[in-house]
Design a protein around this ligand. Sequence first.
Ligand SMILES: O=C(O)CCC(=O)C(=O)O
Ligand SMILES: [Mn+2]
Length: 194
Amino acid sequence: MKTKRSMDGAYDTPDCSNKRVSNDDASLDDEAQVVDFVLQRAAWGTHGSVSSAGSMRRVLMCGVSYYWQNESIPLEDLPECFHAIVHKHNITDYNSVLCNVYEYSRSKIAPHCDNTALLSPSNGTVVSVSLAIRVSDREKELSTMHFSDGSVVSLRHGTVVKFDAHVDARNNRKHHIPRTQHPRVSLTFRCLRK
Ligand SMILES: O=C(O)CCC(=O)C(=O)O
Ligand SMILES: [Mn+2]
């Protein structure tokens, strides 16, 4: 994978170059298997001339496509480990999973409201599950999520953030992730209009 030149011309140092936590898939727990699955398939997101490379974040789209035009993996083709995580966190009523890979210290997401035009009008719930890419980072703060009302959520392995994107859009409450302390994957579940 290519690294990106920063404004001053220096290369950003990868915190994680697609590190597998083990070479033996059978020995991985469900979360490590999901991380591995996402790392192997994620790519820069493209939306017209917009690329997620600008924020050093790869994406993997599953189910109904949300925003990014990348090819999407049908939900029924996801491995059992995905469903185990969904079950563990009791996540229901979704038809779209956008996986974000924050593998560089500069990996981030700029302040935004989610694209509510794409969401089901009657269900604006967004659920984000954080996973540490490295098993050795599971006890650490991986990153922080900031909301424009001043609230800050510490993102750790297993942290679930839930918000209603319709309510947030009405209140112009934006969220952003300024930087990555330790490589993280987020699984973001949405119910999109069909
Ligand atoms: O990575 C996260 O936890 C949130 C990602 C996000 O805000 C988004 O995909 O719109
Ligand atoms: Mn968002």
